[in-house]
Design a protein around this ligand. Structure first.
Ligand SMILES: *Cc1c(COP(=O)(O)O)cnc(C)c1O
Length: 369
């Protein structure tokens, strides 16, 4: 028999499929329970803006037409709101697609990729698919160590990528340090800042719009998404800001209609509804405090988070077992076994009711032997 794996590009056989959080329906089906909440994929617990919902429904009515391949109105809104140049923007079916495109465009077997330890797993997958070795840089106090990243960059490093705030850890680096880093990295190395959780960090008094630095930093690439704070994860839309030459390469590589018309319309309306965004951020701030109090009361270590999830350490306990027991109680969380963090769970911050349910279930489980 023909081995198609042998015929495939070398890197492809060396990665495992991405392990997504379990969908609610799957848990209901498998465990035969009705009342299930998902605190596993950092989705927006308040749903989406009602305005985005209306825009999405209106767009469905025109679903017989192809979407605007250039995403004119969404780019227009982003340029007006943040002052970017249209030529710097690439739209994607989620920021994940944009990260894939960037790696596909620039990474190959003649270069390497520098990544902090415990990075979002997609970066390493894309490096491997594109046949580049990964140089992994240890964290410092669970924070991305930009000094160590800088030291790891050599003449063959094509990309250094990190998420800020990071995932699955949730810590963030100061904007002043990131800006300094971006200026220190040699121009032949692309600096990718993945800001999937950007909106949750915007209350930081030192906050800066890193994408504004692109005008002066030709090797800086910033990715953002509507999946998390804007609540459009299922619609798949994100954007990347990079210098016009890089953007033009990505726009050549992407599929012509990569972002669908429902997602484009919903994203435009979501950007206009900053009140809804503020509600999401407020809920997250208040509830993250409650996670902190809960962990203190229970004597659990929680890594300080600036995102919409927290990572909790359970010491000697098997976190995977805890996750399975929580699942039986209808609460889906994310064990970090894939990252070899066997004592930790990542829990997305939900509504007050959802979090109460998590606190209650976990308290019961911790009370058992
Ligand atoms: C969720 C997430 C993404 C991907 O989000 P999309 O839905 O593809 O936009 C990218 N990076 C990080 C760090 C994430 O947590």
């Amino acid at each position: 028999m023909t081995s198609y794996a042998e015929l495939a590009n070398g890197g492809l056989t060396r990665i495992k499929p991405y392990q997504a959080g379990k969908p609610i329906e799957e848990v209901k089906r498998e465990l035969g329970i009705d009342d299930v909440i998902k605190l596993a994929s950092n989705e927006c617990p308040l749903g989406m803006s009602p305005k985005a919902r209306e825009a999405a429904i209106r767009a469905v009515e025109e679903g017989n037409f192809y979407p605007d391949s250039n995403g004119f109105y969404l780019k227009e809104k982003l340029c007006r709101r943040y002052g970017y140049d249209r030529e710097m923007l690439t739209l994607g079916a989620g920021s994940n697609e944009l990260i894939n495109l960037l790696f596909e465009a620039f990474v190959n077997d003649r270069c390497n990729v520098v990544l902090p330890a415990y990075s979002f797993v997609v970066y390493a997958m894309e490096a491997t698919v594109n046949a580049a070795p990964v140089k992994s840089v240890p964290l410092k106090n669970w924070q991305v160590d930009l000094d160590a990243c800088l030291a790891a960059i050599d003449e063959n490093t094509r990309v250094v990528a990190f998420a800020n705030p990071s995932n699955p850890i949730g810590t963030a680096v100061s904007y002043a340090r990131i800006h300094e880093f971006v200026r220190q990295v040699p121009k032949r190395t692309l600096v990718v800042i993945d800001e999937a959780y950007n909106e949750f960090n915007s209350g930081d008094p030192t906050y800066e719009d890193t994408a504004k630095w692109v005008a002066d930093c030709e090797n800086l690439v910033v990715s953002r998404t509507f999946s998390k704070a804007y609540g459009l994860a299922g619609l798949r839309v994100g954007y990347m800001v990079a210098n016009p030459e890089i953007s033009s390469l990505l726009n050549r590589l992407r599929a012509p209609f990569n972002v669908n018309s429902v997602a484009l319309s919903a994203a435009c309306a979501a950007l206009d509804d900053q009140d809804f965004l503020q509600q999401v951020v407020n809920n997250n701030n208040t509830e993250r405090e409650r996670f902190g109090s809960f962990c203190r009361e229970q004597g659990l270590e929680m890594i300080p988070s600036l995102a919409n999830f927290v990572t909790i350490d359970f010491g000697q306990r098997d976190a995977q077992k805890l996750a399975a027991d929580l699942l039986k109680r209808g609460v889906i969380v994310r064990p970090l076994v894939g990252y070899q963090l066997l004592s930790k769970l990542r829990v997305s911050i939900g509504t007050p009711e959802q979090n109460d349910r998590f606190f209650k279930a976990l308290t019961e489980l911790l009370g058992q032997a």
